[in-house]
Design a protein around this ligand. Structure first.
Ligand code: NCD
Length: 397
């Protein structure tokens, strides 16, 4: 009998902590499906690998050496939902490491038009490629593909890693990876070009108690929190860090507010969080922006609107969710502004005038996607030792 996605339902409906082990192998990520798989140890390891890849990429000699790491592997990019950054940065990551890539972006060009099941398509990809990187509008599809691969492996058949590059409105773990990498780099407080001395010591004069790293910080998420998978994945990943607080700012609409699953996850993780309906809101008399260490903006995901949603949103004033130069003045002087992009060019939740602000980190964030995803491939293909060896060879430490 042909396999159907619903065959995996009993496995899918188990609690996350029960199924997590099936996506790991000997302490490494075997498939990356959920942001909850990204534990502190993985994050630290991946950040170090990403730094090394960035450094080696600066020279031709280093780039040539990097390209030899996975030149015997092939990747399939199976993206049946629109994507610019995730698709291109994964492709660039593959190219950095020498992997050959191929793509299917439109199921109309594959045999699914001849009624092939998506699971047969996936199994076919696994015959030709060594990793499947996939984005799908269907929540849970990449999880089912990982079960399919695990079942094949247990029958001693060919099986390859699955990487979730965005599924439904649920999960976007590799975006969380690059977001955390960007935040971690920003919170090293390295002195910026042209300045001398210790930036953190300077900042401490105004913001006492400020430390390096992602712990001990307040994160503000703004926009479409209910339908945006990047917020859900990043907020989940941030629960790995100590003493963090989250502010959630969204229009007061049931689909756009913080959803109950994430709320529960934060409660279980003992994270302090507060919900607001404007960027101008205050907490105990203080502007929330003046208490924010990192600002994460998102767009309203209009493509998910029903006609009733469009009508309701048209009635609302959405300006409290836009970053204006006046609001920017209230934000802490070191707080990075992130956005997973695309930003809405009509609404302009971040107007382009803000791009020149030193805190605007979103273009660097997108570029970091390339290093973070290359690091993930190095980790999953278990060539981290070879990478470290290369690095020692070049830099001798
Ligand atoms: C996001 C996505 O696809 O979830 N984009 C991305 O991967 N950088 C965010 C969005 O579409 O708003």
């Amino acid at each position: 009998m042909l396999l159907d996605l619903s065959d995996f339902l009993p496995r899918q409906s188990r609690p996350l902590r029960v199924k997590m082990d099936e996506f790991q192998r000997e302490g490494r990520l075997k498939h990356l499906i959920f942001a909850s798989q990204l534990e502190l140890e993985h994050l630290n390891r991946l950040q170090r690998l990403a730094d090394i890849i960035r450094q080696l990429s600066k020279t031709k000699k280093g780039s040539d050496a990097l390209r030899s790491l996975l030149s015997h592997k092939r990747a399939m990019l199976y993206f049946t939902q629109p994507s610019t950054r995730t698709f291109l940065s994964f492709m660039a990551a593959c190219q950095i490491l020498g992997l050959t890539c191929n793509e299917v972006r439109d199921p109309a060009t594959s045999s699914e038009m001849k009624r092939e099941s998506p699971l047969d398509s996936i199994r076919m990809f696994s015959s030709y490629f060594d990793v499947i990187i996939m984005r799908s509008p269907e929540a849970g599809f990449s999880e089912c593909c990982a079960y399919l691969m695990n079942d094949l492996e247990s029958q001693e058949k060919r099986s390859v890693p699955i990487i979730n590059a965005g599924s439904g409105s649920e999960e976007h773990p590799t975006q969380a990876l690059l977001d955390v990498y960007t935040i971690q780099r920003t919170f090293q407080f390295d002195s910026t070009a042209g300045t001398t001395g210790n930036r953190l010591a300077e900042l401490n004069k105004k913001y006492s108690g400020l430390t390096t790293g992602l712990s001990n910080k307040t994160y503000l998420f703004c926009g479409d929190l209910g339908r945006g998978r990047t917020v859900r994945s990043l907020a989940t990943t941030l629960t790995n860090y100590r003493n963090i607080r989250m502010f959630f700012v969204s229009p007061n609409h049931e689909k756009l507010r913080l959803d109950s699953a994430l709320r529960k996850r934060l409660e279980v993780a003992n994270v302090e969080f507060h919900e607001f309906d404007s960027l101008d809101a205050t907490l105990q008399g203080q502007d929330i922006l003046s208490l924010t260490d990192c600002l994460y903006m998102t767009r309203i995901q209009i493509e998910h609107n029903t006609s009733a949603d469009t009508a309701a949103l048209n009635e609302m004033d959405l300006s409290p969710f836009h970053l204006s130069p006046t609001r920017l003045e209230k934000l802490r002087e070191y707080a990075p502004i992130l956005h997973p992009f695309p930003r809405d060019s009509v609404v302009q939740e971040i107007p382009t005038i803000i791009d020149a602000d030193p805190r605007a980190m979103y273009f660097r964030q997108a570029r970091n996607g390339m290093w973070a995803r290359a690091a993930l491939l190095v980790h999953m293909f278990n060539v981290a030792d070879q990478l470290l060896f290369l690095h020692n060879d070049f830099y001798g430490n």
